[in-house]
Design a protein around this ligand. Structure first.
Ligand SMILES: NC(=O)c1ccc[n+]([C@@H]2O[C@H](COP(=O)([O-])OP(=O)(O)OC[C@H]3O[C@@H](n4cnc5c(N)ncnc54)[C@H](O)[C@@H]3O)[C@@H](O)[C@H]2O)c1
Length: 271
């Protein structure tokens, strides 16, 4: 059921790889809620062609390639998006993450630091790049909203999350720091949503993901939040109902973050 919460709003969605992606579900829901969209992903991801299906389902939204670690790509993305919309953008979803060290099975204590640099660039500094390019081009309307996705490994240790934990800590810090400056300049809000483990391409790349998913499910009074649940939260954050929420890390995890232990986990330990 649509409430047209985003009627008349225009947004850019980063990171829809396939129909499991959190960005994919969010794009579908934003469109259903009345938004006009531009979709973007790394040129290499676009070659897989999946995103064209999403573009069609979102009113033939333009698909514009951009590597988030490349300023020129981002400038081109914002210029073309504003041309398409005939004006500024109201919201942005940053749903991007990549770790070469995780992909290559490197342990946290023996990382390849070139790879680590790339991980930080793509997964965290990219939020700063997106914000800075938008800020310099004055590409976002007053009361605009930027959301980036993160994970609780930024606050607590989950050993197999590896270097991505450090990337997420940096991402959350950038949301706070840029949130201050963009708020003062243009009333643009910037927040991170700290999502439950979710079965997607990026999520499933983390070692032991299956076991971890069911552990989180048992440790969350409301159960894990799905990609669809996350899409609903993103829509809320893009809507006019959250205008004064900024610089926050918002846990969206069924209560996991504030649960010490659950009866279900105790029962399992007693077996
Ligand atoms: N899946 C989970 O368990 C989980 C939990 C919490 C947070 N998150 C975060 O949610 C976000 C979305 O991930 P997802 O789980 O939907 O997985 P996903 O694999 O569907 O999405 C990751 C996206 O990042 C894109 N990307 C990678 N390198 C890029 C680059 N250089 N330029 C532009 N785009 C690039 C990929 O093409 C892909 O579309 C990520 O930030 C991830 O860390 C995921």
């Amino acid at each position: 059921m649509s409430h047209q919460l985003l009627k008349g709003k225009k947004g850019i969605i980063f990171g829809a790889l396939n129909d499991q992606s959190i960005a994919w579900k969010t794009a579908e829901l934003c469109f259903a809620e009345g938004a006009q969209l531009v979709l973007t992903n790394a040129p290499i991801a676009l070659r897989m062609g999946e995103i064209n299906k999403l573009a069609e389902a979102c009113g033939n939204a333009p698909v514009i390639g951009a590597d988030v670690s490349n300023d020129e790509d981002l400038k081109n993305l914002f210029a073309k998006s504003m041309e398409h919309f005939g004006g500024q953008v109201d919201f942005i979803l940053h749903s991007v993450g990549m770790s070469l060290n995780i992909r290559k099975g490197k342990h946290y204590t023996s990382l390849d630091h070139e790879h680590q640099h790339k991980t930080f660039d793509i997964s965290a500094m990219s939020l700063h790049r997106v914000c800075q390019v938008a800020y310099e081009m004055d590409a976002i309307n007053e009361w605009g909203s930027i959301v980036a996705l993160t994970y609780i490994a930024a606050q607590r240790v989950f050993p197999d999350y590896n270097e991505m934990a450090d990337a997420k800590a940096l991402l959350e810090s950038i949301a706070r720091s840029f949130g201050y400056h963009y708020g003062v300049k243009k009333k643009v809000r910037i927040n991170t949503i700290s999502q439950s483990p979710t079965p997607t391409t990026a999520g499933s790349g983390v070692k032991g993901f299956g076991g971890f998913l069911s552990f989180a499910e048992k440790m969350s009074p409301l159960g894990n939040a799905s990609a669809e649940d996350c899409a609903r939260y993103c829509v809320m954050m893009f809507s006019d109902y959250t205008r004064k929420v900024t610089m926050q890390n918002l846990f969206h995890d069924g209560g996991f973050s504030f649960t010490g232990v659950t009866a279900e986990v105790i029962e399992q330990m007693e077996k």
